[in-house]
Ligand binder design. Structure first.
Ligand code: HEM
Length: 417
């Protein structure tokens, strides 16, 4: 990586592996340079974004402003040449489902987004989330029971991954027997995969969800997907070609991120033992600790992509129309201009309004569910295994090569110290 401090304002900074492997070091340098917005070239390992010039937003103030700015579009297929958009280019060689699945609320702008979000909010209520609490407790207890007698385990495989996948599948009414397929497709989509892998995974999951929606329409159940089919706002209802991408985004967004809330959270606590002990001694700190872990090691992603629909003044830059913008939630959540001692993990930190769940109209639909899963998963694990410890040197751990998620590849632990 070229040194951030040394780059002149107009010069694009070429990013390398440090974007995924040591993001905090990279972002510390960018924060120190005093600019909350920087032109960069995406690193070779960034999947479909590799080599693209992007405006990287790292300042908290700039990120929050950008997330709420209607001159930034989430509909990249329409507003850029990416993915066959920008006026021609067809599907850019992708299969039918790749394009169809991306037509979901996360990639829509108002007024389409407003309509879809209203309908989703009507089905995905806080009551629906509250109802899941006993199930999440039960699934967590079962997963911990399965670890009885085990000395060492990869906690991502045995605990952090199964919980969110079981929960989201149960929520949507997906049979348990299909969870392995879902897991495989999700991995193909988010773990720094190539365009070909992503297209293959999209085809698999697209065909699966099309059948699932048809099945629920024929025989509705007591689940969120059936509720999404039933939901009605002044006569307006979701069509099948809308339900498939909505189910897709709920499944993907609700799964890999939550795994990393648990995985990154456990890792951060193991590296900050006094904070772990403090939390164990006072479980009332748990809800605040989850917020602090979301801030400190944000699972969401290095950022969320937007494109400018007109020239946009942001921080001390003016971003021309039609450019790609990457709003880095990880960077914003450790901006020293907004957070005191941002690199310190403090489970008793006063509420901070971190940006891990985004901000503005696309603010995460599943935040209450993710917070509940995080609180139960971390709380019960620390109760059951007070002497939990890393089983390898920190230097042997590595992060996924992904711009979409910030999560470890594995988390080997000794359960009893
Ligand atoms: C949106 C993070 C869990 C469903 C978002 C956004 C972020 C985020 C940052 C905004 C993206 C943007 O502005 O471009 C997270 C994190 C999670 C989590 C860190 C876990 C720790 C969940 C869960 C679900 C979910 C459990 C569903 C069950 C969604 C959906 C959107 C979204 C549907 C799109 C909302 C819209 O465009 O209006 N999430 N999420 N997420 N999230 Fe989450």
């Amino acid at each position: 990586m070229s040194a951030p401090n040394g780059s002149s304002p107009g010069e694009a900074l070429e990013l390398d592996d440090s974007l995924s492997q040591c993001p905090h070091e990279l972002y510390r340098g960018l924060h120190a340079s005093g600019s909350g917005v920087q032109r960069v070239i995406m690193p070779p390992g960034a999947g479909p974004w590799s080599g693209l010039p992007v405006w990287l937003v790292t300042g908290y103030r700039e990120a929050r402003a950008a997330l709420a700015d209607s001159r930034l579009s989430n509909d990249l297929a329409r507003t850029t040449r990416l993915f066959g958009g920008g006026g021609g280019g067809g599907e850019g060689g992708r299969g039918a489902f790749s394009a169809a699945l991306s037509r979901n609320l996360l990639h829509a702008d108002p007024p389409d987004h407003t309509r879809l979000r209203k309908l989703v909010n009507k089905a995905f209520t806080s009551r629906a989330v509250q109802r899941l609490e006993p199930r999440i407790e039960r699934i967590t207890a079962d997963l911990l029971d399965q670890l009885d007698g085990v000395e060492e385990t990869d906690l991502l495989v045995s605990y952090a991954s199964p919980l969110p996948i079981i929960v989201i599948c149960e929520l949507l009414g997906i049979p348990a027997s299909d969870e392995d397929d879902i897991r495989g497709w999700t991995k193909g989509l988010v773990s720094g995969a190539s365009r070909t892998d992503m297209a293959a995974a999209s085809e698999g999951i697209g065909a699966y969800l099309t059948e699932l929606v048809a099945g629920k329409r024929a025989a509705p159940g007591d689940d969120l997907l059936s509720e999404l089919i039933r939901v009605n706002e002044n006569g307006d209802q979701l069509a099948d070609e809308e339900l498939v991408p909505i189910t897709f985004v709920l499944l993907i967004a609700g799964h890999e991120t939550t795994i990393n809330l648990i995985g990154n959270g456990v890792y951060a606590l193991l590296r900050n033992r006094p904070q772990l002990e403090r939390l164990r001694a006072d479980p009332a700190l748990l809800p605040g600790a989850v917020e602090e872990l979301l801030r400190y090691e944000s699972p969401s992603s290095h950022g969320t992509f937007r494109s400018t629909t007109e020239d946009l003044p942001l921080g001390d830059a003016v971003i021309p129309a039609g450019e790609l913008v990457l709003i880095s939630l990880i960077a914003a959540n450790r901006d020293p201009a907004h957070f005191d001692a941002p690199d310190v993990l403090d489970v008793a930190r006063p509420p901070t309004s971190n940006l891990a769940f985004g901000h503005g109209i696309h603010h995460c639909v599943g935040a209450p569910l993710a917070r509940m899963e995080g609180r139960i998963a971390l709380g019960r694990l620390l109760e059951r295994y007070p002497h939990l410890a890393l089983a390898v040197d920190e230097a042997d751990l590595s992060w996924n090569h992904s711009t979409l998620i910030h999560g470890l590849r594995s988390l080997p632990v000794r359960l009893n110290g």
